[in-house]
Write a protein that binds this ligand. Structure first.
Ligand SMILES: Cc1cc2nc3c(=O)[nH]c(=O)nc-3n(C[C@H](O)[C@H](O)[C@H](O)COP(=O)(O)OP(=O)(O)OC[C@H]3O[C@@H](n4cnc5c(N)ncnc54)[C@H](O)[C@@H]3O)c2cc1C
Length: 273
């Protein structure tokens, strides 16, 4: 049971959502945007968060866009993981998010919720980082668009009240050869020990990582090492691993050394592929 009452709003427009957020904040309601609600509900039940009002974004047309538009694939932030997987429009993203939680919950979780949520893995960001996606964000100034690499530094950098509206992906990235591997401690459905998503573009390997450190990331230095073709695979991997940008996680899923061992093996498979 959720131990507090809260108001529920479902605006029809972006402007209404942004205005609501501001009004509710001024009333001290501590509003939250509501995508799939999986994290909000479970954290509210555990009394780890409090909100006096949620703003469901699933009635906002821009947040529900999904499909090719000109030379881009547009995915609204309210689109569920299931819808993305089943569409087959962006296989690398579909395979990656098809390993988040279980099939039932994937029908609730939204792309925006996975990117903005507090669970540190945010695996959906990996294909979006390496395909150099653009993010559209709305705030009380209107909307702005920026490369995801500028907005994401382990988590989405947003001002209070800013809403992730949609992701825009250059369609040339949607059917390039890719690699995905998610390793977990025991069960197939679990948080990642290490997840690697890689893609080959113009003869260069691009790669993103989750589970390895306390935030998901793409590292150009690691990519440069992996792409140093004059060296043996072993040396390329050793060099890449010397550029991991943050401490490797040590937790109940695995020690730092075990994660490094797993990463080494996955990177070997990336290079072989
Ligand atoms: C059983 C289970 C297993 C999981 N396993 C994994 C896993 O292996 N890997 C992984 O990466 N994740 C995993 N998750 C995390 C999960 O992906 C997130 O909890 C979930 O994505 C939240 O999505 P949601 O749409 O339900 O968000 P909500 O609960 O609606 O919102 C979560 C947060 O994001 C904010 N938010 C939502 N949408 C927007 C938006 N458009 N703009 C701005 N802010 C927004 C909300 O205000 C809230 O703070 C798991 C979750 C569960 C329940």
């Amino acid at each position: 049971m959720i131990p507090f009452d809260f108001d529920y709003y479902k605006p029809d427009t972006l402007l209404e959502a942004i205005d609501l957020f501001q009004d509710l904040s001024e009333q001290g309601k501590m509003p939250m945007y509501y995508g799939g609600g999986t994290e909000i509900i479970s954290m509210a039940r555990a009394n780890s968060i409090y909100t006096g009002a949620v703003i469901d974004i699933k009635g906002i047309p821009e947040c529900c866009e999904f499909g090719f538009s000109g030379s881009n694939l547009v995915i609204g932030s309210a689109i569920t993981l299931t819808k993305i997987v089943e569409s087959g429009l962006f296989p690398m993203l579909g395979i990656t998010i098809g390993r988040i939680a279980d099939h039932t919950i994937q029908g609730k979780i939204t792309l925006g919720g996975n990117l903005a949520g507090t669970v540190i893995y945010r695996e959906s960001v990996l294909p979006l980082l390496i395909s150099e996606s653009q993010v559209v964000i709305a705030g009380n100034y209107g909307t702005r668009q920026a490369p995801i690499s500028e907005l994401f530094d382990g988590r989405m950098r947003r001002e209070p009240g800013e809403l992730i509206v949609k992701l825009i992906i250059d369609s040339t990235y949607t059917n390039l050869p890719f690699f995905h591997r998610k390793t977990t401690k025991i069960d197939k459905i679990d948080y990642p020990l290490v997840t690697v998503v890689a893609m080959k573009k113009d003869d260069r390997i691009l790669a993103g990582f989750s589970g390895l450190c306390d935030h998901p990331f793409r590292s150009i230095e690691m990519e440069d090492s992996l792409n140093e073709k004059g060296l043996t695979r072993e040396v390329r991997i050793k060099n890449a691993m010397s550029h991991i940008p943050a401490p490797v996680q040590e937790d109940i899923h695995g020690s730092g050394n075990y994660r490094r061992f797993v990463l080494n093996n996955i990177l070997m498979d990336v290079l072989k592929m």
